[in-house]
Design a protein around this ligand. Structure first.
Ligand code: ME8
Length: 505
């Protein structure tokens, strides 16, 4: 039975154009999916849009449109970005899709039947930008600390989910490796769990743009209960065709959810509670990543200080952006995105390291061996051993979703190979007529390049085939094990030379 991998991104609000922050999470999910496929997994990658709630209702009104009409326009922009960025998801869910709306109503009714929902009255402060009821420590000088917006006072009838009953369950869950990185567990426990989990208001009556509940249609489902359940409704939960749900929400499926740190509370506390309440399994991991900052402030649609990914893709190509995301923005801390850093990183890693190596090796094999080396088994032990260690380390890191660190070991191998050229001086071996030694040096480099190119495959999607071509590989698909033995991997005669990663000015 092939192993299974289910990965999700948050479903983004179509309250404006998507920016680098959204491209970040989605690219990470795409890279991990492609990596798992290389490991023989059956994969399912879900992304989508979160289309209900007050924020969207307000945005549509400002645009003078009906919500659905407003949303359809923005969704075109989502799809354009994912296509340009080579994001290959299996499903795009819109929470306004009928199957989702129907299932959310069923989920609500199930929770009512289980006596986990009761009617009450809510009084408190609500931030529309965050779509969140705020606790006093989330407010500073009357302003929401995350969005910088002034919260509204809400006083209304509501249904509550008995989240407080799940205090012990969450405390135990946050002692496991469910939430990564580890320091986020302490943060969640200290800030939200230890003070006591309060029952969560899960319906609203003061506006209309949402899913009405069967039990009391004046009430619409709170946008987060509607949104979080997308991760299972998209798979067919409680629907006639639930094959994907049975397959990918099964115990033997590896489930990974990605989310930015500002919504960890929903994914690490409320979502597991909802799943537990429905007697469903909990995902293996929730990877909470940091923020991309613009001069120390979170890039956000609300703050309007965003970078448009499409501009970067058009100017530098999708691979360049995917690489920056993969390498320069480790998930365990906040990262920066500036044009200067982008160009610097591209030049240092893609142009000077990988691109230069491919070009040098291609040139020398063409010049010294008319484009083809016969014996690739006679190789330099040290560099090949480093190559094998790199493969093992890469797999270990990617299995822990540490993409940036995995990229680092690949680039280190690239640097070692460039150094190997300087030390071996193939041009001198040629001059001295040491053909056997020269062949060994070049075979070592060609094999090392095959490893580097293959390990970059999940990231450098557009250029992957071109890279294999320039390295002379006859096939584009092989296993990690084959990269070590080199029994089945073949090289062909090198042909037209192309510069893949030209230095940026
Ligand atoms: O929160 N840095 O949608 P959203 C890094 N609809 N990641 C960022 C980012 C930044 N500056 N800005 C956005 C919502 N993101 C809800 C989610 S899920 C059931 C509902 C990414 O449009 C990051 O993944 O505000 C963050 O969590 C998400 O976009 C928020 O997107």
């Amino acid at each position: 039975m092939p192993k299974k991998f289910y990965v999700t991104t948050p479903i983004y609000y179509p309250s404006g154009k998507l920016h680098i922050g959204h491209a970040y999470t989605t690219t990470l999910a795409d890279i991990l999916t492609r990596y798992k496929q290389m490991q023989g997994y059956q994969t399912f990658f879900l992304t989508g849009s979160d289309e209900h709630g007050q924020k969207i209702e307000k945005k549509a009104k400002e645009a003078g449109l009906e919500p659905k009409q407003y949303l359809d326009g923005i969704i075109t922009n989502f799809n354009e970005l994912w296509e340009k960025l080579d994001i290959k998801f299996d499903k795009f869910i819109r929470t306004t899709d009928d199957y989702h709306k129907e299932t959310v109503k069923k989920i609500f009714s199930t929770l009512v039947e289980k006596d986990l929902i009761y009617k009450g009255f809510y009084e408190g402060l609500y931030c529309v930008s965050c779509e969140e009821f705020l606790s006093p420590d989330q407010i500073e000088n009357g302003i929401c600390k995350i969005s910088n917006d002034k919260p509204q006072t809400v006083q209304e009838n509501t249904y509550f989910l008995r989240t407080s009953k799940f205090q012990n369950f969450i405390e135990e869950l946050l002692k496991t490796d469910f939430l990564i990185p580890e320091y986020r567990r302490t943060e969640m426990l200290k800030n939200f769990v230890e003070p006591g989990i309060q029952d969560l208001s899960v319906t609203r009556v003061s506006f209309k743009w949402g899913i009405p509940i069967n039990e009391d249609p004046e009430h619409i489902v709170y946008v987060w209960l509607d949104a979080l359940t997308n991760y299972i409704t998209a798979l067919g939960y409680l629907q006639n065709d639930d094959a994907n749900f049975k397959k990918f929400w099964a115990e033997d499926s590896e489930i990974l959810q990605l989310a930015g740190k500002e919504i960890v509370r929903f994914h690490a506390i409320y979502w597991p509670i909802i799943l537990q309440a429905l007697d469903l399994r909990i995902p293996n991991h929730l990877l909470a990543h940091g923020w991309i900052l613009n001069k120390d402030t979170k890039m956000s649609k609300t703050l309007g200080n965003v970078v448009d990914p499409i501009q970067y893709i058009e100017q530098y190509g999708a691979d360049a952006l995917r690489f920056y995301i993969a390498y320069e923005l480790p998930t365990d801390r906040d990262g920066n995105f500036t044009n200067e850093l982008f160009v610097e990183s591209f030049n240092a890693h893609l142009a000077n390291n990988v691109g230069n190596l491919i070009s040098r090796v291609n040139n020398m094999i063409t010049k010294y061996f008319a484009g083809q080396i016969q014996d690739v088994q006679n190789v330099d032990f040290d560099l090949i051993t480093l190559g094998h260690q790199t493969i093992d380390k890469y797999i270990e890191l990617m299995d822990q979703y540490k993409i940036s660190e995995a990229m680092r070991v690949v680039l280190d191998l690239g640097a070692a190979a460039n150094k190997f050229i300087e030390v071996q001086e193939p041009w001198n071996l040629e001059k001295l007529g040491k053909t056997k030694e020269l062949e060994m040096v070049m075979a070592t480099l060609q094999r090392t390049l095959a490893i580097i190119v293959y390990l970059l495959k999940p990231v450098l999607v557009k250029n992957y085939e071109l890279m294999t071509e320039q390295v002379g590989l006859t096939n584009v698909e092989f296993s990690f094990a084959e990269l070590k033995t080199f029994k089945t991997i073949k090289f062909k005669k090198l042909g037209d030379k192309k510069i893949i990663y030209q230095r940026l000015k």
